[in-house]
Every structure is written in structure tokens, then in C-alpha cells.
Ligand binder design. Sequence first.
Ligand code: GP9
Ligand code: MN
Length: 659
Amino acid sequence: MPLYTLSPLGIRDRLRRIFLNRYAAYSLFIIIMLIKLVLFHYNLKVKSIDMNPVDYIIAIGSLLLVSFWTFWLPPRGRIASLMLMNLILTGLIYADLVFYRYFEDFITVPVLMQAGQVGSLGESIRSLIHWQDLFFFIDWIIIVPLTVSLSFRKRRLHSNTRPSMKPSLSRKNIMVRRFIAGTLTLLLGCLLTFAPIKIASKTWAVGLFESNWWNVTLYNVAGLIGFHGYDIYRYSKDNLGPKPVLGQEEVQKIQTWFDEERSNRTVKNNTFGKYEGSNVIMIQVEAFMNFVVNQSINGQEITPNFNKLIKESMYYSNFYHQTALGRTSDADFVTQSSLLPLPMGSVFTRYANHKYDTIPSILKENGYAANVYHSYDSSFWNRNNVYREMNYDRYYSKKDFVQDEMIGWSVSDASFFKQSLNMMKDVKEPFYSFLITLSSHHPYGIPKEKQKLDTGDFQGTIFGSYLQSMHYVDEALGQFEEQMKSQGLWDNSILLIYGDHDNSIKDEAFYEQFLKHDVTELDMKQIMNQVPLLIHLPDGGQAGVYEEAAGMMNTAPTIYHLLGISQEPYYLMGDSLLSGKERLVPFRSGAFSNHDVFFIPAETGSFENGTCYDLSTRNPTDINACKQGYEETKNQLKISDQTITYDLLKQFKATSSNE
Ligand code: GP9
Ligand code: MN
């Protein structure tokens, strides 16, 4: 090697050549992005999904697929594009990570369509960002300035030396070489990505793309980039071009399922119609979970008012929330419509104008007034459109409430309750009022002067803040009860209170410390999925603790039962809690519970790898004890998905009105 190449200028030139060499720069890009995908994976902390050699192959393949075209560009364009790709992919990976920490899911096209939701998380998002995340961006500190400086040097060098450079390669040859390099990369990318996915979907992940309920499973097979590619394909298929139509045979099958279910479950026992004509007031409490009910900390009850009310109400101690990515909006949708949430995004944002049989629409047909109260921006979760379609008389949103005492996102629950009850004074009875609270939203910041719970060792932790916010909401609920009584509503209204979903705090250690015992996988699943349901009847009738498995899909049918409204003309998937029948509670993940078992599916998606817990021993039992429930859950999820997606109620109702 000649001596002069060791001079600083020589080293820099060599570095420049290597860096600007198409293969070296491209390989560097692939390596860096691969590291970020691996970093992403381990930051997700998803139990039982590892990053095995096949996952690495798919990750490399999908990186080749998104970047092969850069070979077709001239050197400077190629470097700029690789840098841009790095920025975009890093942004996507990191956004997915933050999103996952809160929602346990990845960003999908429907979620982007409701970008307002993500942005409005504000405070919450800040608490989901960790300083270690800087590793995702560390390459920018070196790569960006290096690229800019070397590209600049190249331009200078080029302009100084251009006549003597690359005399041998004609422009045509260069173009052909670029074309071949890009095309070979594309082919290799296809091979490395699609072959292993295809093999998986034919072997251990059968049915993955036909009936997927869980994005985590899709990610497990296809990797992050593969998942996004599939999501874009799926969204385009559903939304671009002609509306998808379901075959007549499938439609008929679903119609028959509804007809049979309906006739099985119409139970006209002594509670049917017992409270005919009563008002119905339903409160959906933000992040109210069942594990805080009847619990104390440092000798102080967390929810004293709720605990007291339980004694004169029906309290369901094994009630599950059944929500998915649509969170609050899913809780709203499932309780009102008795259908299940979608695997992707939220029904509220994706299919707002489809037809559903909901509590407001059915009660209005039965002479009720129907109003919904929620002090937040009316367009959030697309509520303005959804509530209009649901046929509510009015949606009292943020602009209708005096913002006199603020907590978190809006006016405090205490003030919200007071103002809502005042608004009800002008509503003709009987009425249905649906109230959605907000003060106990993540990250649970209750102002100092309202913190009345001594959270002891939890003080200063997110878990402590959560307990504090539950105590606050309970106090507001106590005031709500008092005002209902003084307003003369207590004895002629059915009051339902339930929590919408979990608190997004997944650290088991908090629950073990709080409950003072170890928590098993089953305990944790139940803790995260159970919310309380309380039904107070006008005469305090039927009071007691009901331990049967129940879910949000059962609330609307229960209301119809109590009011004596026949389910005959309607399409509901759940049965009344007072029907006295055995029931299955399906979850969006493919998990389910009934009186006897709790099934937890495996992330791999295969039934055999799941765990079937016997609820009497609380230990895993023979997987076959869950087989039937597993099939039924799959079936119900499919029926619900098709009913929603293909707007089947519109078809069913059009057919029945023509008959
Ligand atoms: C906002 C509220 C919160 O209006 O319903 O929604 P969430 O973040 O819990 O889904
Ligand atoms: Mn919520």
C-alpha cells in the first residue's frame, strides 16, 4: 500500500469511498435498522415471543423490500434516500413502541385515521417515554453529520476532479448495473420475507391471515415491517375499491345463528319487565377495575361508597370488560350494542354509520328519551357521528359543561355528575342517561388538595396515583347517589355502574404488593380484565354478589329484560344476566371464560399451546376442557366481525321489512 494513503486526507478519502460505495452504505443501513428492530422487540417485553433466527431472516428480508429501490438512484440520491428511510423507519419503530406500551398493540391504518386520540393522550404519552429510548436515535448523532460532510466533500472533489474520474463506465452501463442490483435485492427481499411467512401460515400458524384476532400474533410471524405491510394491504382491501360483500350463504348462516340464539335465550321469568317504565342511568367509569372493590389500604377503604352500595345492589364480581384497541369506545360499543369489538381499530371510528341495535335506539322505540353525557371534545372517538347514528336525543359534550373545577383532561367527575344530573331535570321521563367519566384517566393525576387516600408505600408511583384516583371517583359516585336521591330519581331509576377497561399498569409487582400475595398468570389475566358491574334496582331488589362469569355484551340484554322489552326483533349477541343460563364470555384475544374455565391463548395462535385453567383449582388443566369454548369464541368473534364489517343488520332489517 503506498505510504501517502496514510495521510489524514487519504484516510478521509478512503472513508468517503467506503461510505459512498453503494454496497457498504446499504449494508450499514440494513445493519442499523436490524439492530433497531431487535431493540424494539426486546423493549416490547412480550412474554413467550422470542426473536429466533427465522425472525432475523424475515426482518432482513422486509428491510430489503422497503429499501431495494435505493439502488436504482444515483449515489447522492441513494444516500439521501437511505437516510430518509432511516428517519422514517426509526420514527415508525419508536412510535410503535410508545403506542404498544399503552395499548399493547401496534399502530394500524385505522388508528392513524383517528390520530387525534394518540395526540390527545398528552401527559400519558410523556409517561410512556423512557430515557433509554435514546438508543433508537444514537446513530443519528454520527450518521447524519458524517453523511452531510462526506457528501459535501464528494461534491467538491467531483467538481475538482471530474474530467479524470470513471472514464471507463458508460452512462448506460451504470444504469444497467444499478437496475440489476436493485432488482436482485427486491427478489432476495421477497424470498427472505415471504417464504418463511408462508411456511409458518401452513404449519404452526394456520389460519393466521384468515381469522386473526390479535396483532401481536401477526407481528410474531411477520415481524414489525411485515405486520405494517399486511395492515396496509388489509386496509386497502377493505376500504378502497368496491365495498366488500359477504356471500349469501355466509349471511344466511349468521342470520340463523342470531335467530337460534334469540329463541334459546328469551326467558320471561319473574324479573322480566319487573321494572318496566323505570329510568335507566348508566355510568361508565374510566379505568375502574374490580380489584380495588372491597379493598383497603392502611385501614382506609379505597371505594367506600361503592362498597356500601353493593350491599343493596346486584354486584357481578366476575364481570369482564371485553374491550380491545378501541378502549373507552369499545366499552361503549359493546355495552350498548351487545356485539364484540373489532380486531383492528375501533368500531366507532371505522364503521360509525353501520346499523346496530343499541340501547338508545331501542329504548327510544319504546317511548324513552335518551341522552349521553361526557365532558370532552365531541369528536373524540368519533362520538359525535356515532351518537347521532345511535339515535340519542342529545350528546352533552365538553362545550355543554361549565369547566369550573378541572382534573386531568376536563372538568372533575364531581362537577360533571352534578351538572349532568341538573341537565336531567329538564328531560321527560322515562329516560335513558349514559354518563362517561374522565377524572380517573391515565396517568391518574388527582390534584393534591383532593388526594384523601393514604397510599403508603405506593405514594409517588403510578399505581399509588391510580388508587388515589379510584378513591376520588368513589367520592364523586357517593355524591351522585345523594343528588339522585334529592332529585327524586333513586326510587324510579335503574342505576348501572361499571368500569370501562384496565388501567394500563402491567407491572405484576404492584398487584402482589397491594394484594399481599403472589399473583399467578391466571390472577393477572383476571385482574386486568375484570371491571366491576353494579346494578341498583329501584326497590333494591335482587341484591347480592353474583359470581357467574359475565361481560359487557350482557348489559344491554339485561336492561331490556328488566324493562320487559322483548329481544325478538333485535340482533344481540349476549343474553340477559337474569336469564339464569350458563354463559361464555369471549375476549378479543381469543381468550374466554365461563363458569368453569379460563382459557389463555398462546401468542403463537395455536390452540394446543394455549393454557386452560380450571377455575375451581385455579391450576392449568387438560387443554381439551377448553376446546368447545375456544371454538365458540372463535365463532362469535367471526360472527360479530362480519356483522359489523358487512353492515349485516341493514341487510337483515331490509329483508324482514320486505317480508
Ligand atoms: C376520552 C375518554 C378516554 O373521551 O373517553 O378514552 P380512552 O383513552 O380511555 O380510550
Ligand atoms: Mn377509557
